[in-house]
Structure formats: C-alpha cells, structure tokens
Design a protein around this ligand. Structure first.
Ligand SMILES: Cc1ncc(COP(=O)(O)O)c(C=O)c1O
Length: 453
C-alpha cells in the first residue's frame, strides 16, 4: 500500500500544456470596450511584458519551461500525489481518492507555479517592479516569494476584509521583501473613489485589480501581474495535471472524476486541462469545478463579455460573470470571491466538457474538518470546496457500488487561515447565498456589450 506517489526531479514536466491548441471551439477574442473590436497584443504592453503576451495568445500545444524556471520550481516540485486511504475508510466508500498536494510550496499553495514564471519573464524583459492584487493573500505571498527569487520589487493591494482577517499573510509578503496595503487604498484614484464615504470599505478583487493596474501603468519600469483568469496563468498551472497523469499511471489508475475548486480558475485548470485534452480525444472522464454559493459565477452567472476589474480598465473578457460591480459577502474563502471566471474555463463549461457545482460555506468547512481529522493536513478554506465535492462523489460511488477513481487538487494548506477554523468551530460562521435578483441587477448593465459566441 503506497500512501504517496513521488516523482523524481527528472520526471518533472519540462513543457507546459496549452489547451488553446485543442479547443473544439476557439476562444472569443478580448474586446476593446470603446470600439467593440478585438484588442491586439500590442494594446496590452502597458500592463504586461511582451514575452507573456506572446504566451497569452499562443496556439502552440507545448511551451518549453525555461531552465531558470525549472530550477526554481524544483524547490518544491514535483509535488506528491496522495492516496487518501483514511478518508476513504471514514466514508466507507469503494472509491479510490487521490489528492495532489500543492500545499508543499514555500507560500503554501499552487500559486507559485505561475508566480515563478511570471517573475522570470518580467525580469528577462527588463521590468524592475511588479504590482498585483490579492484576495486571501495566497497569491500576494506567492508573488512576493517569486519576486524575491528574481530580485524584483513588488507592491500588493490586498482586499481589506482579508487584510484584516489574515494578518500573517501580510507578514509573509514583508518577509520576502514586498509591500502590502489594504484595498481600497488612498494610493490610487480607483482606491480613493471607493474610500469616499466608507473608509472601511471591505474591498473586492475587482477593485484591488483596478488599483494594481493603475499603479503599474503610472509608475516607471512597473508591470502588473495577475494570479489567475488569464490564458498564460492557466497554462503555467498545467504542470499539476501533467505530474498527476504520470503519478496515476504509476499506480495503474486513470481518473473517473477530476475535481478542483475555482476562484479565477487556475488551480482547477492546472489539474484538469491535461485530462480535458484526453476527453476531447475520446476518453470518458467527469471534470468538476467547485465554487461557493456566495459567489456562484458558473452555476448562476450568464456567459457574457465583462470587465476583469471594477473600474473597467481591462479589456472585455468572454466569461461567466456575476458582474464587475459585485462586492462579495465576507466569506472566508477569500480566493474564491472573484466575479468572473477564466475565459478558457468558461468556454469549456459552455462546451459541456466540464461542469460546475456550488457549495455553502458551512458545508465546505465541515468537509475540511473531515479531511483534517482523517488525512491530517489542514486545508485552505478555498480547498475545502473541492473536498466537499470529493465527498459527494465518493458517497455517490458508494451508493452505486462502484470503485471510482477520484482525483482532487489540494490547492493549499490552511495553517494561516486558522482564524476561519476558529470561527467555524465556535459556531460563528454563517451561510450566505447570493440571491438571483441581486445577480440579475449586477449583470443588467452588461446587456449593452456584444454577446460572446
Ligand atoms: C489555496 C487556494 N485555492 C484556490 C484559490 C482560487 O484561485 P484559482 O481559482 O485561481 O485557483 C486560491 C486563491 O487565492 C487559493 O489561495
């Protein structure tokens, strides 16, 4: 009985998988909101370096990982794949449950899989300083770690409600040499607008993105970096699923179900896209993205063109969205409170290659506790959404009496989120579902933009 399946450093993939090469229907282009015309790569140059823009629009199936990036990824990769025997036993399920432990990276999540290449490509391009936003703080700390590795400066705009809930994330960012401020902040026009009349505005990822972009385009030698949503970010994360494919093959298994939680879509894309490729080529595999009922982007939102940020500074992106004005309830899974969803993930939902489910906060914490009390590791609140879905699928396998193989991405640990476990254990956490009327109001304004086809 092998509890974990370990790859050697030589077996870490040396190329990322770009699903754009295999899509049955191509991605609708991002649009210029002023003209309604597709934007051209050069329009993105004030925000991103050209080498990353090239990856964003590339249709090459495989993109080599540069040696300097490989060297850094080897600090914690390949990550172990675990067979969750204790969880299976507890659930009395015939299912074989596997989880890919992305919590072993220095910042504790999957986020450095893209932070390291983004810092590297910026460094090569000549960028001296990066700006970014962060929700729960996982992305901000991952980019702080990566910028430190490549000698770049970093300023992080952290959604205020998380800034207050998770002080240790800020300390991590500062330990790696970054600056972290609560958003909305007085440092940008976008931030000042939201602070007027409410100096304790809870913030949102959409607002923090606006602040970080404004800062990048108005400061010399600065670029902006995004931890999810964009095509190149999804691609950098595919190293998770590519490793998992090798590890499952070592165990003589192939998944019936692949599950990941989804905020902007990156860890879900990372674990699932190599399997979506198999599915496009005829394999049978169910692929599920799990999101919160308080931010039900894919399960309740329409497929529309929307802005990536609250101040409407980004191009219009084709995606499932509940509207860029969405200000989320202060649930603890801060990384899942984004109003939109990666265009690539959205397209695959539209094409029925993947499906989405929504779980309530209390259900996800109950699942996280079950996991911690069986497998030992304490999951991040975001990850608990994937676990809730795994438990559902494992119960279904039991009802059907089937020995299904379930693969989950365990996107991060929750050691810095213990305040949320404390709130749950002391009965202070509540459920909140976003009402349909609220969503209808938020997306009404988007009717004036073209519909993606
Ligand atoms: C541990 C963890 N899982 C999941 C997410 C959601 O992001 P994404 O959907 O891009 O993977 C986050 C975001 O901060 C996170 O910190």
């Amino acid at each position: 009985m092998n509890r974990k399946i370990i790859l050697s450093e030589q077996d870490m993939p040396r190329a990322w998988y770009n699903i754009q090469a295999d899509l049955p229907n191509p991605l609708p282009p991002p649009l210029n909101p002023a003209t309604g015309e597709p934007i051209t790569p050069d329009m993105l140059t004030p925000i991103f370096p050209m080498n990353l823009i090239e990856q964003e629009v590339s249709a090459e199936r495989w993109i080599d990982i540069p040696d300097e990036v490989v060297e850094k990824l080897l600090m914690w990769r390949p990550t172990p794949l675990y067979r969750a025997y204790a969880l299976e036993k507890f659930l009395k399920t015939p299912a074989h449950i596997y989880f890919k432990n992305e919590g072993v990276s220095p910042p504790g999540s999957h986020k450095p899989n893209t932070a390291i290449p983004q810092a590297y490509y910026n460094k090569v391009f000549g960028t001296k300083r990066l700006t970014t936003e962060t929700g729960a703080g996982q992305w901000g700390s991952a980019l702080a770690f990566a910028c430190n590795q490549f000698g770049l400066e970093l300023k992080v705009y952290m959604v205020r409600v998380s800034f207050n809930q998770k002080p240790y994330r800020k300390i991590m960012m500062e330990t790696w040499g970054a600056k972290c401020v609560p958003s909305p902040s007085p440092d940008t026009n976008a931030g000042r607008k939201y602070l007027e009349g409410n100096e304790n505005h809870p913030g949102s990822l959409g607002i923090a993105i606006s602040e970080a972009i404004e800062d990048a385009v108005t400061t010399e030698n600065s670029k902006y970096s995004l931890g999810s949503v964009l095509n190149h970010v999804m691609m950098h994360q595919t190293i998770i699923g590519l490793e998992a494919q090798k590890q499952l093959a070592m165990a003589g298994e192939y998944p019936d179900v692949v599950i990941g939680c989804a905020g902007g879509g990156s860890n879900f894309a990372g674990v699932s896209f190599p399997f979506v490729r198999d599915k496009i080529h005829g394999k049978e595999v169910k692929i599920i993205a799990s999101e919160p009922v308080s931010c039900p982007t894919m399960t309740k939102g329409p497929y529309v063109y929307d802005f990536g940020d609250a101040a409407q500074t980004t191009p219009l992106l084709p995606m499932y969205s509940i509207g860029h004005d969405f200000v989320p309830a202060p649930i603890h899974a801060g990384g899942l409170r984004y109003h939109g969803m990666a265009p690539l993930v959205s397209r695959l939902v539209m094409d029925r290659l993947i499906e989405a489910r929504a779980y309530s906060q209390l259900e996800t914490f109950a699942a996280g506790l079950t996991f911690a009390r069986t497998e030992g590791f304490i999951p991040a609140p975001e990850t608990n959404h994937a676990i809730a879905c795994v438990i559902d699928e494992a119960k279904k396998a039991k009802e059907e009496g089937k020995e299904k193989v379930i693969l989950m991405n365990w996107s991060g640990h929750g050691i810095i989120d213990l305040a949320s476990y404390d709130a749950y254990l002391s009965g202070k956490l509540e459920d909140y579902a976003l009402p349909d009327e609220e969503i209808a109001k938020l997306v009404k304004e988007l009717e004036k933009y073209p519909k993606p086809v």
